[in-house]
Design a protein around this ligand. Structure first.
Ligand SMILES: Cc1cc2nc3c(=O)[nH]c(=O)nc-3n(C[C@H](O)[C@H](O)[C@H](O)COP(=O)(O)OP(=O)(O)OC[C@H]3O[C@@H](n4cnc5c(N)ncnc54)[C@H](O)[C@@H]3O)c2cc1C
Length: 630
């Protein structure tokens, strides 16, 4: 499907090969779309900006099957250490007994011992788990953005079978022919770019603006960034510290009289990143020198020694809390990432939210361009991610205030309160609090309480199950990878029970008719609607020959029976019991059906007696088999 290199027409042109652009690119490569990434840099990013990879982003990597190098190479963040000036904001417990208290609520510990002398400078106040235990089966990790991007680039290249990024190309202008935009087949977006010293004109059906905070795509369309005009100045450096500070290998939040600093331990055993806030900086950010940052760091860490043995990278950057007034032009050009939202790096959201913009958009463009979904599906990118951007800016404002010494003093925020707020924010920061509103692909109808602990519009949480055919214990999300298909997961209970078995037969019959409605003849059903069965009860008593054919279809060139989609919520040999039904709030005697989007968000939950409704649900955005053209 990919067009020759010489062509100037593309289905999709992605402007900018950063986190957002690459994530969209993986989807488009998987969908076989004719696309290209135009990147101004001469080659791959060498040294990264962002570094925090939140649990949800690790889950996204897992859904693409590329979490291996990320987990192997990254620093895993398990604990947060809180430090503050010892007598600046009431951190010192005046009463010795209180000072000796161990705060067992979530494992946090007050560091000072009763009777210990007050020391001028910073002191440890608490420890807390970095992320709420059980929030994800994946950890929060730290890896240089350059490496994170290279993992995505490798996957995109592998899937597409060739390089999809053209380096050294600077996009100068993007415009949409509004009249042509009504015609789905029209190459209605014009892109002007400087490449090889010449100005070239390209055309595309769709353009994704992933070109960062100074986005030329956004400017070409006349869109504005709206919001706070106050720009915070941040110094960031990757250093090898020679220090006696005890928490140098932990993520630590330090509020000292000399300023705020965040330590992010880096991959390897000694490298650390310091984020240093430079509040109310009066001069130009460009005037700040590395020596200024070293001096500031030295003062923040007092009374501990802090000698910077080597600085491998540093930068000063200015950031405002803003978002674009529009995210799309005619649903043909879409803005993603920093091009449509900017904020402070305190909560480590920049790379994550940007990458997830690309994750939200890529599969939708793939579905529309492959003729599987109506173009209306693309409107959900705007409604879903505009809301995310608004929430992000709001959260960042709140988080920034929380870090401000002046604000905390004014509002009587104690270190305990500060710690509590940070811990409470953990769910949001980890990317697990996101909930998409009702739309054509987020359906609140049906018997949602058949899976009481699943939230429609939120990401499908994983639980361990055991694959029936080979006794392998595995995370259920492994069975629903991001391969662009929709997933229908049937929780049918214990089919040794005659009633449950008859109910499964009925469900299978109805599902087969839905597959016939939406899967063109000659196409593998699971490339469009992928059906998964999770049973309860003893795995060893399940007879595969009694499983209805819709769950064990004949697939591939040789038409072999696929046994890989049938699981049991049962004890495994080596990894215990996952209690999947319990964690999803599903009653085995009643069962449930869960529809999961290609990006792993729960789209619909219904009862097993409501399977017939799925036809009209899918018809709300998916084309029927006869109308699909690829
Ligand atoms: C100097 C700096 C330091 C940062 N440090 C941190 C940090 O420490 N922690 C953190 O969380 N976040 C940090 N950020 C923010 C974080 O890097 C971003 O939120 C994240 O990278 C956004 O991803 P993106 O894909 O939207 O944009 P980017 O990653 O910025 O990618 C945009 C890409 O577009 C390319 N491009 C731009 N204009 C054009 C054009 N006209 N034509 C072709 N290509 C173009 C750029 O070369 C770039 O590769 C930093 C940002 C900067 C600029």
């Amino acid at each position: 499907m990919l067009q020759p290199e010489s062509s100037t027409d593309y289905d999709v042109l992605i402007v900018g090969g950063g986190s957002a652009g690459l994530c969209s690119g993986i989807w488009l490569a998987r969908c076989g779309i004719n696309f290209k990434i135009l990147e101004r840099r001469d080659g791959p990013m060498q040294h990264g900006q962002a570094d925090g990879v939140q649990c949800r982003t690790v889950e996204v990597f897992e859904s693409f099957g590329i979490e291996g190098p990320l987990l192997r190479e990254a620093y895993h963040v398990l604990e947060l250490a809180f430090w503050a000036h010892s007598d600046g904001i009431g951190l010192d417990e005046p009463d010795a007994a209180a000072a000796a208290r161990v705060d067992g609520g979530d494992g946090g510990v007050v560091s000072k011992k009763a009777g210990e002398q007050k020391t001028e400078g910073i002191a440890k106040t608490h420890y807390a788990p970095d992320t709420e235990p059980g929030i994800s089966h994946m950890p929060h990790v730290i890896l240089n953005q350059a490496r994170v991007n290279s993992i995505m680039t490798e996957e995109m290249t592998r899937t597409a079978g060739r390089d999809m990024i053209e380096y050294g190309v600077e996009v100068l202008d993007v415009s949409v022919d509004q009249e042509q935009a009504e015609d789905p087949g029209a190459y209605c977006v014009s892109v002007t770019a400087k490449m090889d010293g010449a100005t070239k004109h390209l055309r595309a059906k769709y353009v994704i603006g992933c070109d960062g905070a100074h986005s030329i795509v956004r400017k070409s369309l006349g869109f504005q960034m709206i919001g706070d005009s106050h720009d915070a100045v941040w110094g960031v450096m990757d250093v090898y510290p020679r220090t006696n500070f005890p928490d140098i290998r932990k993520k630590a939040l330090i509020n000292s009289e000399a300023g705020n600093l965040i330590i992010i331990p880096r991959e390897g055993d000694y490298l650390a990143r310091f984020y240093i806030e430079l509040p109310n900086y009066a001069g130009a950010a460009a005037d700040i020198t590395l020596a200024d940052l070293h001096e500031k760091v030295w003062r923040i860490f007092r009374p501990y020694e802090m000698d910077i043995a080597d600085t491998t990278w540093w930068s000063v950057y200015v950031i405002g809390q803003r978002r674009a007034d529009h995210f799309t032009a005619a649903h043909r050009v879409f803005l993603t990432g920093d091009a449509c939202h900017t904020h402070s790096p305190k909560a480590g959201q920049g790379m994550n939210v940007s990458l997830q913009d690309g994750y939200n958009l890529g599969w939708k463009l793939g579905a529309v361009l492959r003729g599987r979904a109506a173009p209306g599906l693309l409107a959900t990118y705007v409604s879903e991610r505009q809301k995310v951007a608004a929430e992000l800016i709001e959260f960042d404002r709140y988080f920034t205030r929380l870090f401000s010494t002046a604000y905390r003093t004014e509002h009587g925020i104690t270190p305990e309160h500060f710690r509590e707020q940070i811990v409470r924010s953990g769910r949001y920061i980890s990317g697990q609090a996101l909930k998409y509103d009702e739309s054509a692909i987020v359906c609140l109808g049906g018997a949602r309480d058949s899976a009481k602990r699943l939230e429609v519009g939120m990401r499908f949480p994983s639980a361990q199950v055991v694959r029936v055919c080979d006794a392998k214990a595995m995370q259920l999300v492994r069975a629903i990878p991001s391969d662009s298909s929709w997933h229908i997961v049937v929780f049918a209970g214990d089919i040794r029970d005659v009633e449950a078995s008859a109910r499964l037969d009925q469900v299978s019959h109805e599902l087969s008719s839905i597959l016939r409605e939406f899967v063109p003849k000659g196409t593998e059903a699971d490339s469009i609607l992928h059906v998964v069965l999770v049973l309860s009860g003893r795995r060893t008593e399940i007879e595969m020959q009694h499983i209805p054919e819709v769950f064990t279809p004949m697939t591939g060139r040789l038409k072999l029976k696929c046994l890989l989609n049938v699981f049991s919520d049962d004890q495994s040999y080596n990894s215990g019991h996952g209690h999947a039904y319990e964690s999803y709030g599903i009653e085995p005697k009643v069962g449930a059906l869960v529809v999961i989007r290609p990006d792993q968000y729960v789209s619909k939950v219904c009862g097993l007696g409501e399977v017939g409704q799925l036809g009209s649900f899918f018809a709300g955005f998916m084309k029927r088999a006869a109308d699909q053209y690829i």
